[in-house]
Design a protein around this ligand. Structure first.
Ligand SMILES: [Cu+2]
Length: 107
């Protein structure tokens, strides 16, 4: 009996750990040719998910040292993701819409 309680508590611990891992996912929506939010802070190793809720294609990229990426053409309704590994300020832009700008602080 005591052992099964311990096993149940261990299982709860695993669930809590998974919840913490999921909290490392951050969502940015593209809407009306803008990033929403336009500024956010994440932890190094966190994922950043881009949801294209717009009527237009986007091409999200960053040339910021340590976090260089290019997600390619993203059609309306499509979701893409990237992991930000290096601490620092990451400037995220869109190759199709030069006015789109997202600033991510990676702590
Ligand atoms: Cu765009």
């Amino acid at each position: 009996m005591r052992q099964s309680v311990r096993a149940a508590l261990a299982a709860l611990g695993i669930v809590a750990a998974c919840g913490a891992a999921l909290a490392g996912e951050n969502r940015v929506v593209q809407s009306d040719r803008a990033f929403e939010p336009a500024r956010l802070a994440v932890k190094a190793g966190d994922g950043l998910t881009f949801v294209n809720s717009d009527l237009y294609d986007h091409n999200v990229y960053s040339d910021s040292p340590g976090n260089v990426f290019n997600l390619g053409i993203q059609a309306p309704g499509q979701t893409n993701g990237v992991t930000l590994a290096a601490p620092g300020t990451v400037e995220v832009r869109c190759r199709i819409h030069p006015k789109m700008k997202l600033v991510v602080t990676v702590e």
